[in-house]
Design a binder for this molecule. Structure first.
Ligand SMILES: Cc1cc2nc3c(=O)[nH]c(=O)nc-3n(C[C@H](O)[C@H](O)[C@H](O)COP(=O)(O)O)c2cc1C
Length: 396
């Protein structure tokens, strides 16, 4: 495994169903390559600061050290060398990995379950499809399904349950011929614990892509009108948005793609006057208009969804995709909004963490103010760049 990595074959963020060796469902290179202490963070920080030339020289020499010394060198934790912002981020990433492992050890792991079901589903849609796959993580997946649905049933949506049961059912059908002990043993646990698939329960799983674009009434022109019509609105009417309107926008947001379908975020929606003021004042970018924001969302990412530091950016990526869908979902219902930056400032971060009672593994991603636009007030034009600036065809 190590030699594969030395050839630069580190798996990508979405390392899923593939032929890579795994251990309890997790790629083994995580263990082999990189310690939890993330040298990428600290190394970048001290290199750019230029303060520690000696360390830099030693580090550059490290490539010539024999393998063992080099690995030890790379494992030396260097939190002291990072700025306080990077250090806090590093701590959150570490806490996330630690929490992931703790959840994994007790077998109750929603993120692992979602990811593994997704991996199985990718195996099921593979063409040509193999008659045996996923044997190295099917056991842990079924065990997680048993735990998650046994202990957190009320939190899990029907759709998710139907998906988990549907994919597992299809998986055991497709791998029926396999004599792999792990697959057969997982199947008997599955059959013992879930009666639903034999009980006429509606199941979900791989299917043909069949979106009825014409029937939807949405075309490129209407989508363009929506995109151009939406603008960041900062002045609002003194009128609350009904929570059902927000939920309809959330239904759009949750359909956004997330890496391995983990959905490592939540929307904290604050709509009480006092709560909105406290939260809005925590942010920097609301100066001059915070006092009249009727409601605000704090988008929170959860790093306990990941077993490796390489995935640390996914909370930002996944939740931003959902944020945009949420904003458009509001917009088509006549509700305006404005994304609010969340700069990583220790005092503000501490205040927000206290307010929301955030766990060590959680990070604030951004805020979104929303409400009915005050028609008397103005909105910046915010011209966009040309396509030539932001896209390039066929460069390679
Ligand atoms: C991540 C992000 C952070 C932002 N932060 C702020 C902010 O702190 N305060 C603010 O008034 N607007 C903020 N905005 C809104 C931008 O200023 C706005 O999107 C940009 O000027 C383009 O205008 P438009 O949204 O109307 O197209 C933010 C937008 C994004 C995407």
């Amino acid at each position: 495994m190590r030699s594969r990595l030395q050839q630069g074959q580190v798996m990508g963020a979405d390392a899923e169903f593939d032929a890579s060796p795994t251990q309890n469902g997790e790629p083994v290179e995580n263990v082999a390559v990189s310690p939890i202490g993330d040298q990428t963070f600290s190394a970048g920080a001290y290199e750019s600061s230029g303060k520690v030339g000696v360390l830099r020289v030693l580090r550059s020499l490290a490539v010539d050290f024999p393998g063992t010394f080099r690995r030890i060198w790379l494992r030396v934790p260097r939190p002291v060398l990072a700025s306080s912002g990077l250090r806090r981020e590093q701590l959150a990433v570490r806490s996330g990995i630690k929490q992931y492992r703790a959840d994994q050890a007790r077998g109750h792991h929603r993120f692992l379950l979602r990811r593994n079901i997704h991996r199985l589903e990718k195996g099921l849609i593979m063409w040509p499809r193999r008659s045996e796959f996923g044997g190295d993580y099917i056991g842990v997946t079924v065990a997680a399904a048993v735990r998650v649905y046994g202990e957190s049933a009320p939190l899990v949506s029907d759709a998710e349950r139907q998906w988990v049961l549907g994919v597992l059912t299809s998986y055991f059908e497709v791998t029926r011929q396999s004599t792999s002990p792990s697959i057969r043993s997982a199947e008997s646990t599955f059959a013992r614990c879930f009666v639903a698939p034999n009980n006429g329960d509606e199941l979900a799983g791989p299917h043909r892509h069949a979106i009825d674009v014409e029937g939807s009434g949405i075309d490129i022109d209407s989508l363009r009108r929506l995109a151009i019509g939406r603008r960041s609105v900062r002045w609002y009417e003194d009128k609350k948005v009904d929570r059902s309107v927000v939920d309809r926008a959330m239904e759009i947001a949750r359909e956004s793609p997330t890496a391995c379908n983990r959905a490592p975020y939540r929307f904290e929606i604050i709509d009480s006057d006092s709560g909105v003021q406290e939260v809005a004042e925590c942010a920097m970018g609301t100066g001059g208009y915070a006092h009249q924001i009727p409601a605000i969302v704090v988008l929170v990412g959860d790093l306990s969804a990941f077993f490796h530091e390489r995935d640390r950016h996914l909370i930002y990526i996944d939740s931003s995709l959902a944020a945009m869908a949420f904003v458009l979902g509001l917009e088509v219902q006549g509700v305006a909004s404005c994304m609010i930056n969340w700069p990583d400032i220790p005092e503000r971060d501490a205040r927000m963490r206290r307010l929301l009672g955030l766990a060590d593994t959680e990070r604030v991603i951004m805020l979104i103010a929303y409400g009915y636009a005050d028609a008397e007030r103005l909105v910046p034009f915010s011209a966009k760049g040309s396509l030539d600036e932001i896209r390039a065809f066929g460069r390679i």
